[in-house]
Design a protein around this ligand. Sequence first.
Ligand SMILES: NC(=O)C1=CN([C@@H]2O[C@H](COP(=O)(O)OP(=O)(O)OC[C@H]3O[C@@H](n4cnc5c(N)ncnc54)[C@H](OP(=O)(O)O)[C@@H]3O)[C@@H](O)[C@H]2O)C=CC1
Ligand SMILES: O=C(O)CCC(=O)C(=O)O
Ligand SMILES: [Mg+2]
Length: 749
Amino acid sequence: MTQKPTIIYTKTDEAPALATYSFLPIVEAFAATAGVHVETRDISLAARILAVFPDRLTADQKVGDHLKELGELAKTPQANIIKLPNISASIPQLKAAIAELQAAGYDIPAYPEDPQSDAEKDARARYDRVKGSAVNPVLREGNSDRRAPKAVKEYARKHPHSMGEWTNTSKSHVATMSAGDFRHTELSLTLDAPTEAKIVLTADDGQPFVLKESLPLQAGEVIDASVMQREELLNFLDAQVEDANEQGVLFSLHMKATMMKVSDPIIFGHAVRTYFKDVFAKHQGTFEELGVDVNNGLGDLLAKIKTLPDDQQAEIEADLKKAYEQGPDIAMVDSDRGITNLHVPSDVIIDASMPAMIRTSGQMWNAEGKTQDAKAVIPDSSYAAVYQEVIDFCKTHGALDPRTMGSVPNVGLMAQKAEEYGSHDKTFEIDRAGVVRVVDAEGNTLTEHRVQPGDIWRMCQTKDAPIQDWVKLAVARARATGAPAIFWLDEDRPHDARLIAKVNTYLKDHDTSGLDIRILSPQQATRVSLERIKEGQDTISVTGNVLRDYLTDLFPILEVGTSAKMLSIVPLMAGGGLFETGAGGSAPKHVQQFNKVNYLRWDSLGEFLALGVSFEHLADAFGVERARVLGETLDEATTAYLMNNKGPARKVGQIDNRGSHFYLALYWAQALARQKRDAQLAERFGLVAEELAANEEAIINELLAVQGESIDIGGYYFPNEELAARAMRPSSTLNTIIAGITQPVAAEA
Ligand SMILES: NC(=O)C1=CN([C@@H]2O[C@H](COP(=O)(O)OP(=O)(O)OC[C@H]3O[C@@H](n4cnc5c(N)ncnc54)[C@H](OP(=O)(O)O)[C@@H]3O)[C@@H](O)[C@H]2O)C=CC1
Ligand SMILES: O=C(O)CCC(=O)C(=O)O
Ligand SMILES: [Mg+2]
């Protein structure tokens, strides 16, 4: 357990990990002056893979299981963790990371696609722990408070990002199921007493199969069970492919195959097979022999047919081409390289992809690299109406205006793997007809669903203590801001009806006098929030876990251009703090640009904001007043950074992520020098600020000089530390000044 005032800074992947090489030395140096320790923990995909194979590694190759350690820390009051975005790995990404580690001399097994031997089954089970969203659910031992800070809104008002125009002739729309999906089959109940449940599939011949043996449930917990019926799904997908073709709009699929790592890849696979129906009918035997698994995207098929003789490969390629010609156009991820929406399941992730489409006049990219109206296929209807409502609003009123629009911050129910985002270990692709029941310890049936082969059955849990904490957080945010708070809950949906009952009960625990607290269905809540946002008014969205994820990309992307600029706080239920940096992802395309031209356009604003609140938390928890001074001055610096427009630009020749860190350090030192609360800190940083300011031109020149050429840091998932650090810290002048800061400042007399 950490007793000294300590900030844990996480090492992750891709763009944020690169940024860390440059930013962390600055943070360490500034923090040290106040006696605050900064420690790192590596939760990158590569480190998480290595952590599950200690038995295969040499003594110097072994790495500790930092994620597990942080998961335990998050349940203690000492936690003060800064969590940068990390990769939630799809199988193609997992395989690529494994290959990189193997090439670097780590004797880890290949990913077993079809495990047979015990050793393969064991390896597969270990990889499954690393796959998909494996980090966030472990660390998120609290609910979520995400909002755009005032300075960020002001910046967006002064420097509005581009917003594509909307017209009422747009053919873009959302397509979602009206029967046989999770939403329409949901059963929900609240437990009166604790029990240990089981999930059992009873086949039509009476044979029972235990899908999950032991499932401890708490009193007051809400459980739901639902099923995505394969036949209904296939009919739906078929109809959408046809309809997209008839309407001449792009076919696009929006899933969360990374977070929903069991259900959504299966649905993704069905979409690929539906679009290429004739190809699969004709070549099914070959595909089976090759072990093609399009749950990992069309890319899996394309890679595996490469092993076939040339003529056979050419025939399949010709049939694929025919399918493209006869079918609707597909939305593209990268039209230059011919990568479609169906190639890789982690390329299009609904929380970011739908807002991007809405920001671009409701259009996506076609094969010619031009934008075109699109059909957004979102099979499950639980939340799809939110996006249709936004589209309808934009068609009627035109695009929203970042210069005048209000804000929709979010209070999200997230703790203890709430709702769908904790359902992976209770999600099953059913292999035979029968009935799936959740049965309690006494043998009573809690839920019961008739299932057919290929159906996806799942169960979700929402514990009571997190719900109470969520209601409390919502009231606190409503009180702090005076904005109306809307619970996005649909009384017609079984799960939501249970939550509404609890919300009404727990609201009574708080003083809500004078507050405007409402409960509306997601569709109505979207409408009301949009009507208000258009008038410049703020509305707090209080949502479950999935809508937390969706809305904290949707509104930020519309309001401030990116969710990277969000303040993203997780007040941990045990009293600690988890400070996430922004609400967006790890921006893989930024790394491509970095490798190509040594330019990193990742904006670390999310990191700055998280660090500010982390210092503040440290001051409150440990009484370290100097941490408070550091936090407050960092906030001033962040505001100056925004107002002086010192964020990274987008292209070579201007300052990038590294240059932006220089300016942050300069403004932070200047703010520390100016403050009157701690004379010693002011004195120390007075000198630093002078040095930084005096060397501005030299430092910026050193930083700009390296841009333009390609750069190799020895790996994508597992870069060489030394090469990466050198690449990200190319200004020796800046490095020398930072190195000079580190000593703690003497305590004030
Ligand atoms: N909390 C977490 O750990 C999260 C992790 N992820 C993971 O991240 C990966 C990529 O996910 P994806 O859905 O594409 O989301 P991203 O947020 O990475 O990508 C969407 C776009 O947002 C913009 N963007 C995001 N962050 C920044 C930033 N700090 N500075 C500048 N621009 C930014 C970029 O657009 P542009 O530059 O064109 O404006 C980027 O291309 C996946 O592995 C996913 O699982 C995703 C979400 C959250
Ligand atoms: O954990 C993940 O896979 C993504 C998380 C995410 O998108 C979010 O928290 O907004
Ligand atoms: Mg998200």
